[in-house]
Design a protein around this ligand. Sequence first.
Ligand SMILES: NC(=O)c1ccc[n+]([C@@H]2O[C@H](COP(=O)([O-])OP(=O)(O)OC[C@H]3O[C@@H](n4cnc5c(N)ncnc54)[C@H](OP(=O)(O)O)[C@@H]3O)[C@@H](O)[C@H]2O)c1
Length: 215
Amino acid sequence: MKGERTMRILISGATGGLGRALARALKGHQLLLSGRRMGELQALAEEVAGKALPANLTDELEAKALCEEAGELDLLFHAVGSAARAPVREVEREAVERLLGDHFLSALFLLKHARFRPGARAVFFGAYPRYVQVSGFAAYAAAKGALEWYLEAARKEFRKEGVHLVLVRLPAVATGLWAPLGGPPRGALPPEEAVRLVLEGVLGERPPEILEVQP
Ligand SMILES: NC(=O)c1ccc[n+]([C@@H]2O[C@H](COP(=O)([O-])OP(=O)(O)OC[C@H]3O[C@@H](n4cnc5c(N)ncnc54)[C@H](OP(=O)(O)O)[C@@H]3O)[C@@H](O)[C@H]2O)c1
Protein backbone atom coordinates (compact mmCIF):
# COMPACT_ATOMS: atom_id res chain seq x y z
CA MET A 1 0.00 0.00 0.00
CA LYS A 2 2.98 2.28 0.67
CA GLY A 3 3.52 5.16 -1.69
CA GLU A 4 2.64 3.58 -5.07
CA ARG A 5 -0.70 5.11 -6.03
CA THR A 6 -3.04 7.88 -5.10
CA MET A 7 -5.41 6.71 -2.39
CA ARG A 8 -8.86 7.98 -1.44
CA ILE A 9 -8.60 8.79 2.25
CA LEU A 10 -11.18 10.02 4.75
CA ILE A 11 -9.80 11.66 7.87
CA SER A 12 -12.44 12.28 10.52
CA GLY A 13 -11.32 14.59 13.31
CA ALA A 14 -9.24 16.44 10.71
CA THR A 15 -9.55 19.68 12.70
CA GLY A 16 -7.82 18.03 15.68
CA GLY A 17 -4.12 17.66 16.45
CA LEU A 18 -3.66 14.16 15.08
CA GLY A 19 -6.10 14.61 12.20
CA ARG A 20 -4.39 17.77 10.97
CA ALA A 21 -0.95 16.14 11.16
CA LEU A 22 -2.31 13.12 9.24
CA ALA A 23 -3.73 15.38 6.53
CA ARG A 24 -0.41 17.18 6.12
CA ALA A 25 1.55 13.92 6.01
CA LEU A 26 -0.82 12.45 3.40
CA LYS A 27 -0.94 15.50 1.14
CA GLY A 28 -0.92 14.40 -2.48
CA HIS A 29 -3.59 11.74 -1.98
CA GLN A 30 -7.32 12.38 -2.50
CA LEU A 31 -8.14 13.73 0.94
CA LEU A 32 -11.63 13.97 2.39
CA LEU A 33 -11.50 15.92 5.62
CA SER A 34 -14.17 15.95 8.27
CA GLY A 35 -14.64 17.83 11.55
CA ARG A 36 -17.18 20.16 13.12
CA ARG A 37 -15.36 23.52 13.05
CA MET A 38 -16.01 24.71 9.50
CA GLY A 39 -13.45 27.55 9.43
CA GLU A 40 -10.58 25.30 10.56
CA LEU A 41 -11.68 22.56 8.21
CA GLN A 42 -11.86 24.86 5.20
CA ALA A 43 -8.41 26.31 5.90
CA LEU A 44 -6.89 22.83 6.17
CA ALA A 45 -8.65 21.67 3.01
CA GLU A 46 -7.12 24.60 1.11
CA GLU A 47 -3.67 23.90 2.57
CA VAL A 48 -3.59 20.21 1.59
CA ALA A 49 -5.84 20.41 -1.49
CA GLY A 50 -8.47 18.24 0.19
CA LYS A 51 -12.26 18.41 0.35
CA ALA A 52 -13.98 19.73 3.48
CA LEU A 53 -16.94 17.60 4.59
CA PRO A 54 -18.22 18.91 7.95
CA ALA A 55 -20.19 16.50 10.16
CA ASN A 56 -21.11 15.87 13.75
CA LEU A 57 -20.49 12.14 13.90
CA THR A 58 -22.64 11.45 16.94
CA ASP A 59 -25.56 12.13 14.60
CA GLU A 60 -26.12 9.03 12.48
CA LEU A 61 -27.72 10.95 9.61
CA GLU A 62 -24.71 13.27 9.38
CA ALA A 63 -22.34 10.28 9.53
CA LYS A 64 -24.31 8.55 6.77
CA ALA A 65 -24.32 11.67 4.57
CA LEU A 66 -20.56 12.04 5.07
CA CYS A 67 -19.97 8.42 4.02
CA GLU A 68 -22.15 8.86 0.95
CA GLU A 69 -20.21 11.95 -0.11
CA ALA A 70 -16.88 10.30 0.63
CA GLY A 71 -17.58 7.31 -1.65
CA GLU A 72 -15.34 4.23 -1.75
CA LEU A 73 -12.29 4.56 0.47
CA ASP A 74 -8.82 3.05 0.52
CA LEU A 75 -8.15 4.41 3.98
CA LEU A 76 -10.13 5.80 6.88
CA PHE A 77 -8.47 7.49 9.84
CA HIS A 78 -10.96 8.09 12.64
CA ALA A 79 -9.16 10.68 14.77
CA VAL A 80 -12.26 11.79 16.70
CA GLY A 81 -12.59 12.14 20.45
CA SER A 82 -12.77 14.42 23.45
CA ALA A 83 -11.46 14.34 27.00
CA ALA A 84 -12.87 15.17 30.40
CA ARG A 85 -11.88 14.40 33.98
CA ALA A 86 -14.90 12.92 35.75
CA PRO A 87 -14.45 11.38 39.21
CA VAL A 88 -16.78 8.41 39.81
CA ARG A 89 -18.59 10.13 42.73
CA GLU A 90 -19.25 13.27 40.69
CA VAL A 91 -19.64 12.06 37.14
CA GLU A 92 -22.58 13.52 35.24
CA ARG A 93 -24.62 11.65 32.72
CA GLU A 94 -24.07 14.37 30.12
CA ALA A 95 -20.26 13.99 30.32
CA VAL A 96 -20.48 10.19 29.99
CA GLU A 97 -22.82 10.47 27.02
CA ARG A 98 -20.47 12.94 25.34
CA LEU A 99 -17.44 10.66 25.81
CA LEU A 100 -19.29 7.57 24.63
CA GLY A 101 -20.70 9.49 21.68
CA ASP A 102 -17.45 11.06 20.54
CA HIS A 103 -15.28 7.95 20.91
CA PHE A 104 -17.63 5.03 20.40
CA LEU A 105 -20.85 5.99 18.60
CA SER A 106 -18.98 8.09 16.04
CA ALA A 107 -16.87 5.04 15.11
CA LEU A 108 -19.91 2.75 15.10
CA PHE A 109 -21.79 5.03 12.69
CA LEU A 110 -18.81 5.35 10.34
CA LEU A 111 -18.31 1.58 10.26
CA LYS A 112 -22.01 1.14 9.58
CA HIS A 113 -22.11 3.50 6.61
CA ALA A 114 -18.60 3.76 5.12
CA ARG A 115 -17.88 2.07 1.81
CA PHE A 116 -14.47 0.53 1.28
CA ARG A 117 -12.44 -0.77 -1.63
CA PRO A 118 -11.03 -4.29 -1.22
CA GLY A 119 -7.78 -4.18 0.74
CA ALA A 120 -8.82 -0.95 2.51
CA ARG A 121 -7.75 -0.13 6.04
CA ALA A 122 -9.78 1.64 8.70
CA VAL A 123 -7.73 3.04 11.55
CA PHE A 124 -9.05 3.96 15.01
CA PHE A 125 -7.28 5.54 17.94
CA GLY A 126 -7.42 3.73 21.28
CA ALA A 127 -5.26 4.07 24.34
CA TYR A 128 -2.92 2.01 26.48
CA PRO A 129 -5.15 0.59 29.26
CA ARG A 130 -2.53 1.49 31.90
CA TYR A 131 -2.66 5.16 30.90
CA VAL A 132 -6.45 5.51 31.01
CA GLN A 133 -7.56 3.07 33.72
CA VAL A 134 -6.63 5.67 36.32
CA SER A 135 -8.42 7.93 38.84
CA GLY A 136 -10.66 10.53 37.25
CA PHE A 137 -10.72 8.80 33.87
CA ALA A 138 -13.17 5.91 34.38
CA ALA A 139 -15.63 7.31 31.82
CA TYR A 140 -12.89 8.02 29.25
CA ALA A 141 -11.47 4.51 29.82
CA ALA A 142 -14.94 3.01 29.37
CA ALA A 143 -15.41 4.86 26.07
CA LYS A 144 -12.06 3.62 24.76
CA GLY A 145 -12.82 0.11 26.06
CA ALA A 146 -16.17 0.09 24.25
CA LEU A 147 -14.46 1.17 21.03
CA GLU A 148 -11.76 -1.49 21.31
CA TRP A 149 -14.13 -4.38 22.00
CA TYR A 150 -16.49 -3.28 19.26
CA LEU A 151 -13.61 -3.31 16.80
CA GLU A 152 -12.49 -6.77 17.92
CA ALA A 153 -15.85 -8.23 16.88
CA ALA A 154 -16.34 -5.95 13.86
CA ARG A 155 -12.99 -6.90 12.30
CA LYS A 156 -14.29 -10.47 11.85
CA GLU A 157 -17.17 -9.16 9.72
CA PHE A 158 -14.99 -6.75 7.75
CA ARG A 159 -12.35 -9.39 7.06
CA LYS A 160 -14.91 -11.03 4.71
CA GLU A 161 -14.98 -7.78 2.71
CA GLY A 162 -11.17 -7.67 2.60
CA VAL A 163 -11.10 -4.62 4.90
CA HIS A 164 -8.58 -4.45 7.75
CA LEU A 165 -9.48 -2.69 10.99
CA VAL A 166 -6.52 -1.35 12.94
CA LEU A 167 -6.63 -0.09 16.51
CA VAL A 168 -3.72 2.19 17.32
CA ARG A 169 -2.67 2.48 20.94
CA LEU A 170 -1.07 5.85 21.49
CA PRO A 171 0.93 7.28 24.35
CA ALA A 172 0.24 10.95 25.22
CA VAL A 173 0.40 13.20 22.17
CA ALA A 174 0.54 17.00 22.50
CA THR A 175 -2.80 18.05 20.98
CA GLY A 176 -5.82 20.15 21.93
CA LEU A 177 -7.39 17.02 23.45
CA TRP A 178 -5.53 17.90 26.63
CA ALA A 179 -6.83 21.49 26.82
CA PRO A 180 -9.71 20.73 29.26
CA LEU A 181 -7.19 18.83 31.45
CA GLY A 182 -4.74 21.72 31.78
CA GLY A 183 -2.47 20.87 28.82
CA PRO A 184 -0.46 17.82 27.70
CA PRO A 185 1.83 16.01 30.14
CA ARG A 186 5.59 16.49 29.96
CA GLY A 187 7.13 14.21 27.35
CA ALA A 188 3.98 14.04 25.19
CA LEU A 189 4.85 13.20 21.58
CA PRO A 190 4.56 15.94 18.96
CA PRO A 191 1.61 14.98 16.69
CA GLU A 192 3.89 14.89 13.61
CA GLU A 193 6.08 12.24 15.28
CA ALA A 194 3.05 10.21 16.40
CA VAL A 195 1.67 10.34 12.85
CA ARG A 196 5.00 9.25 11.35
CA LEU A 197 4.95 6.15 13.59
CA VAL A 198 1.27 5.48 12.86
CA LEU A 199 1.73 5.64 9.09
CA GLU A 200 4.81 3.43 9.25
CA GLY A 201 2.74 0.76 11.03
CA VAL A 202 -0.52 1.13 9.11
CA LEU A 203 0.71 1.41 5.53
CA GLY A 204 2.97 -1.67 5.61
CA GLU A 205 2.18 -4.80 3.57
CA ARG A 206 0.46 -6.57 6.47
CA PRO A 207 -1.16 -4.08 8.82
CA PRO A 208 -1.40 -5.23 12.45
CA GLU A 209 -4.78 -5.56 14.20
CA ILE A 210 -3.40 -3.57 17.10
CA LEU A 211 -0.57 -1.13 16.52
CA GLU A 212 1.27 -0.10 19.67
CA VAL A 213 3.02 3.20 19.10
CA GLN A 214 6.04 3.54 21.34
CA PRO A 215 8.00 6.77 21.48
N1 LIG B 1 -3.70 13.23 22.17
C1 LIG B 1 -3.45 12.13 22.88
O1 LIG B 1 -2.65 12.13 23.84
C2 LIG B 1 -4.15 10.84 22.54
C3 LIG B 1 -3.71 9.65 23.17
C4 LIG B 1 -4.39 8.47 22.89
C5 LIG B 1 -5.46 8.46 22.01
N2 LIG B 1 -5.86 9.63 21.43
C6 LIG B 1 -7.01 9.60 20.54
O2 LIG B 1 -6.73 10.10 19.25
C7 LIG B 1 -7.92 10.67 18.68
C8 LIG B 1 -7.61 12.08 18.17
O3 LIG B 1 -7.22 12.86 19.29
P1 LIG B 1 -6.50 14.29 19.20
O4 LIG B 1 -5.46 14.25 20.26
O5 LIG B 1 -6.15 14.64 17.82
O6 LIG B 1 -7.70 15.22 19.74
P2 LIG B 1 -8.15 16.70 19.36
O7 LIG B 1 -6.99 17.52 18.92
O8 LIG B 1 -8.95 17.17 20.53
O9 LIG B 1 -9.13 16.47 18.10
C9 LIG B 1 -10.35 15.83 18.27
C10 LIG B 1 -11.09 15.85 16.96
O10 LIG B 1 -12.32 15.15 17.13
C11 LIG B 1 -13.34 15.93 16.51
N3 LIG B 1 -14.62 15.60 17.16
C12 LIG B 1 -14.89 15.45 18.48
N4 LIG B 1 -16.15 15.10 18.66
C13 LIG B 1 -16.70 15.01 17.42
C14 LIG B 1 -17.99 14.67 16.94
N5 LIG B 1 -19.00 14.39 17.77
N6 LIG B 1 -18.19 14.67 15.60
C15 LIG B 1 -17.20 14.97 14.74
N7 LIG B 1 -15.96 15.30 15.13
C16 LIG B 1 -15.73 15.33 16.46
C17 LIG B 1 -12.93 17.37 16.72
O11 LIG B 1 -13.61 18.16 15.78
P3 LIG B 1 -13.93 19.73 16.02
O12 LIG B 1 -12.75 20.24 16.81
O13 LIG B 1 -14.01 20.29 14.64
O14 LIG B 1 -15.16 19.80 16.80
C18 LIG B 1 -11.44 17.26 16.45
O15 LIG B 1 -11.21 17.29 15.07
C19 LIG B 1 -8.99 10.64 19.79
O16 LIG B 1 -9.76 9.48 19.64
C20 LIG B 1 -8.14 10.50 21.04
O17 LIG B 1 -8.85 9.89 22.12
C21 LIG B 1 -5.22 10.81 21.65
